[in-house]
Design a protein around this ligand. Sequence first.
Ligand code: G4P
Length: 528
Amino acid sequence: MSILEEIKKRKTFAIISHPDAGKTTLTEKLLLFVDAIQMAGAVKSSKIKKATVSDFMEIERQRGISVTSAVMSFEYAGMKINLLDTPGHKDFAEDTYRTLTAVDSVILVVDSVKGVEEQTEKLMNVCRMRSTPVMIFVNKLDREGRNPIELLDELENKLDIKAAPMSWPISRGSSFKGVYHLYKKNLNIFRPHGKADGEETIRVNDLFSAVIDEYTGPELAARLREDVALVEGVYEPFNMDLYLSGKQAPVFFGSALNNFGVKELLETFVELARGPGPMEADTRMVNPEENTFSGFVFKIHANIDPNHRDRIAFLRICSGKFERNKFYYHVRLDTEVRFSNPASFLGQKKDVIDEAYPGDVIGLYDRDKFKIGDTLTEGEKLMFKGIPKFSPEIFKELVHTSLKAKQLEKGIRQLTEEGVAQLFIMKHGNKKVVGTVGQLQFDVILYRLKNEYGAECRFEPMYAKKACWFTSDDKKQMEEFQKYKADSIGYDSADNPVFFAGSQWDLDYYIKTYPNIKFYFTSEFKAG
Ligand code: G4P
């Protein structure tokens, strides 16, 4: 098969949601449909959300050994589908953001009772940065959720995307009857619980078919007709170009737990979702069909077992063909590297692969060579963009409490390279500041430093509530600001200056006072 044919076969995506909206349940049901039933168990337990640090580490340790859940590849309808897993715990949202840089599209799950939640908005902001095409699955229709029109309004307003309903629900909660497919003119009848497949599809000729009344009763049928007239008048019809450019999201209604609407979603996904596309690098756009190989590391999974220091770097292939045992160019280290046992993940099997193509994700065994964002090529000096670090939300000062300073340095460097947290060195006094998006990460760092590196430390609270990178062409203002705020300035791992503000008010004040300085909330400011 030619590279082009291989590319056409691939769809690489992630399922994202605010915790509890139903991502794990939907993933499991999708895997059931594609006959990868044994894989369903590989989907991370939703219990992880309520886990204490020791439960969490135990789960991570087990996952470290069977890393298959980081990427689940399966064949469906002649396509090779790569589903990249994202952490269930909100404190690890940054891991999810990075995974989004390695996918070509996403399915967003929204809880019909809760609507758009905080994490949904944050995740969508990341999708928007990269114009990632999004399909939306409004879940839990079996519960007394919100009015669907209201939900669509909220999706459009809060997520800044046009909604294109593909189906329409017939009532909800205890009187939920199913959905009417607006394009296929199918009626999908809801059969709650118990059934392997919670639905039955009935073809009706049009919305005025008596069959609808028969199944839903005249009152709900009349309401459906009214709703559909309204929906068709208000929402632009589905448009492939708008979807592919991330401006319009097809919306489905269903219930993952009851296996309702999942098959429809999967079939539409396979038909419409984007395959591997061009990826932006610092020097140029890289097209998947190019002859030479390129790819980048978006995730590093530590084994967490102190006896095995191996890590697995997950590499997304962007162009050309990857081959086992061939030398590739590691751009950051300016060196040649070769992999004798690159792994791919099909079902629960982890296989050594001989070759892989754009859209695929492979696991590379690594001791200390990779950092998130590292690029491999066949010699060209380029770095893929779109893997920014986001401004952390919690900051603490790291204080040594053991004599093993070297071990601690190594441990904290490796953990930050894995993306567990960000490390900053303050301009004054060389203090180390660790920034994360969640409290749990601090506990994980303490645990891992102790167990994997034999080093102990303590975290002390810090005044900072916001951190942002800053640049300016105005040397005078830059010098003035750096001198005046010297106590609140540190450097990230690439030596870029970062300002730590005590509050949003504080930050706004300096933005106003130093108008020629630009402040950024992601590290990818050089792009803009
Ligand atoms: P997440 O990965 O997005 O965090 O969500 P997850 O799938 O773990 O689902 C969160 C909770 O919502 C689970 O209940 C799950 O059973 C429930 N759920 C998912 N889809 C539906 C649905 O279509 N209808 C209804 N009514 N509930 C749904 P839990 O009680 O937290 O966990 P569990 O004890 O059931 O595993």
